[in-house]
Design a protein around this ligand. Structure first.
Ligand code: ADP
Ligand code: MG
Ligand code: ZN
Length: 568
């Protein structure tokens, strides 16, 4: 329980740093450090630099708060969001720690009070925004104050490869020269090798010790489904979580509002949260979510960073995030209390096209766009994997998980696969034959032999591939194209409005040098169930009895393509 105020003043024994374990007990009321907290704290108390890469909920805050209390002087914490600072400062004050935040939301009176406590040396922790800390004004403010340490929280913001890039974070690299001898820590829950390198490089932390722990969140069960009737699917998912709180992420503000309204109409108490909302409404909704036990918060990614609600029981995604890192962070907000929690995502080809467009239409340089596309593809591969989701997520962070987890959707209901070589050839032939200029909708019309204005106008009805895919339902073809994309056999040309093109490896499929197995999509409704469960078998039987002429034509196409694609 919280203690009397000014406890921290009493913790000092002359100039000697206090024992971290005593602080842990006296200030926070905890008995033991978790994981590598003690090792980080020991290093920083001794004056060393540290890079702390722990997953969400691991307890990164103590890694800088305790050394700040143990060392002489004020600990300065850089934090990217004012709301985040406010929450941490409030929590610290409750514990009797002398903490303050310096940001644009302070009144002149509050500002001078903070100023005074800095000058008096009566502050333990000072939270500041990244844009302020490197200013001349701030330097002046702390000129004659002893600094215990600098902590850079949410340090992935320094990296353009990350998903929350903040250019102001780049300036923080100067802290090393500006304040030599003051220990610095960078902390984040994003640890893919690229972001990690950027943190070390851009924040001048070459000589820091890097602390990592496993990124596995064993209490989170992962589930990813094919988007079919997203609202009904969401409703079914939410029906498993009656009486508990969770987050539903949507890509756009409009979708957030529509979804929240719709859920309320379905007797699910839902509130919206996005950056375009009125500040006071947004804060009210956030507070309600933090306090209540039975509330669904429908939000854009504007919600979540630094939110410490331990009992978020589920996180649902109605749209595909842009990377595995983003997916991991967002799903990581579930189950911080260690109790079983479910994360669920519905995604489809439309998501992939939309994300790709966002990348291509963005302001980033070509190099960065390439990385962004690779990141999207890495997430897509996790969506389409027939293997364990947890294993593939952890593999992305360079971590091996011993065996399948037994707790994700693919482990619980092993994915059936089918020999897709013939289907892949047809799907690729449709792309090639129509000049690599069309999206899945049209390609599937061609495969199914649907005569319509478009297939007629482009003369596609005359082609041998027209109707060559009648043996499989449209839904299966969609799944085939998604999996070809995930496997890199097909690429999306975003400049041509999502037209599919053949990937470099497609040739091997035509030559039958590469076997293709597709995962069978799970039935999402009773109707779909019949179609999906029989599709694989249908594919084979109808292929066996297929018309020889068609096969001849297809083989011809195959040969042409193999020639056309052959590298000279
Ligand atoms: P992170 O920043 O890594 O996401 P936080 O610092 O917000 O995590 O901590 C998450 C929760 O874990 C907080 O409620 C915190 O009080 C609690 N916590 C941290 N360290 C310990 C510990 N050693 N013992 C018990 N609880 C802890
Ligand atoms: Mg944190
Ligand atoms: Zn698994």
């Amino acid at each position: 329980m919280p203690h009397s105020s000014n406890i921290s003043a009493a913790l000092f024994d002359g100039e000697q740093p206090k024992d971290p374990r005593a602080i842990l007990k006296q200030v926070y009321g905890y008995d033991a450090f978790r994981g590598k907290q003690a090792a980080v704290i020991e290093r920083v108390v001794a004056g060393g630099d540290a890079v702390v890469l722990f997953p969400t909920g691991a307890g990164k805050s103590l890694c800088f708060q305790i050394p700040a209390l143990a060392r002489e002087g004020v600990g300065i914490v850089v934090s990217p969001l004012i709301a985040l600072m406010r929450d941490q400062v409030e929590a610290l004050k409750q514990l009797g720690v002398r903490a303050a935040a310096l940001n644009s939301s302070l009144s002149p009176e509050e500002y001078s009070e903070v100023r005074r406590s800095i000058a008096d040396g009566t502050l333990d922790l000072l939270y500041v925004t990244p844009e302020r800390i490197t200013t001349a004004g701030f330097k002046e403010l702390i000129r004659s104050t002893k600094i215990a340490l600098f902590a850079i929280d949410e340090a992935h913001c320094v990296s353009q490869w990350g998903h929350d890039f903040r250019p102001e974070y780049r300036e923080l690299g100067h802290l090393a020269e500006m304040y030599p001898g003051v220990p610095r820590l960078a902390l984040t829950a994003t640890a893919d090798p690229h972001t990690r390198e950027d943190i070390i490089d851009k924040l001048a932390l070459r000589s820091a010790e890097v602390f990592t722990t496993s990124f596995d969140r064993p209490n989170i069960a992962y589930e990813i489904v094919e988007c079919d009737q997203p609202r009904q699917q969401l409703l079914r998912f939410l029906s498993r979580h009656k009486g508990s709180s969770g987050i539903v992420y949507c890509l756009s503000r409009a979708k957030v509002e529509e979804t929240a309204e719709w859920l309320n109409g379905q007797d699910i108490r839902a509130l919206a949260y996005h950056a375009g909302m009125d500040r006071s409404v947004r804060d009210t909704n956030q507070d309600a979510f933090l306090k209540e036990e039975d509330l669904c918060l429908v939000a854009t990614v504007a919600f979540g960073m630094g939110i410490d609600k331990p009992n978020v029981r589920y996180v649902a995604h109605l749209d595909l995030p842009g990377s595995v890192e983003a997916y991991y962070q967002e799903t990581g907000r579930a189950g911080r209390d260690g109790l079983p929690s479910d994360v669920w995502m519905a995604y489809g080809m439309a998501d992939v096209i939309q994300r790709g467009r966002m990348i291509d239409g963005g302001q980033s340089s070509e190099d960065i766009k390439r990385v962004e596309r690779a990141k999207l593809n890495a997430l897509l591969a996790i969506c389409e994997t027939p293997g364990c989701r947890r294993q593939s997520i952890l593999a992305h962070f360079g971590e091996a998980h011993p065996g399948a987890c037994g707790n994700c959707d693919t482990c619980l209901k092993p994915v059936e696969t089918w020999d897709g070589s013939e289907a892949a050839i047809k799907a690729l032939a449709a792309i090639y034959r129509t000049g690599e200029r069309f999206g899945t909708g049209h390609l599937i019309d061609v495969l199914l032999g649907n005569e319509n204005e478009k297939t007629s106008r482009f003369g596609h009805v005359e082609m041998p591939v027209f109707g060559a895919g009648k043996d499989l339902p449209s839904k299966t073809w969609q799944s085939v194209y998604r999996q070809l994309l995930a496997a890199g056999l097909v690429t999306v040309d975003h400049e041509a409005f999502g037209a599919l093109k053949l990937g470099p490896e497609a040739r091997a499929v035509f030559r039958r040098e590469r076997e293709v197995r597709f995962r069978k999509d799970r039935p999402t409704s009773a109707k779909a169930s019949r179609g999906a469960s029989s599709s694989g078998a249908n594919a084979r039987s109808s292929l066996e009895g297929a018309d020889m002429e068609l096969f001849e034509a297809l083989r011809q196409t195959r040969l042409e393509i193999a020639k056309g694609l052959a590298v000279p």
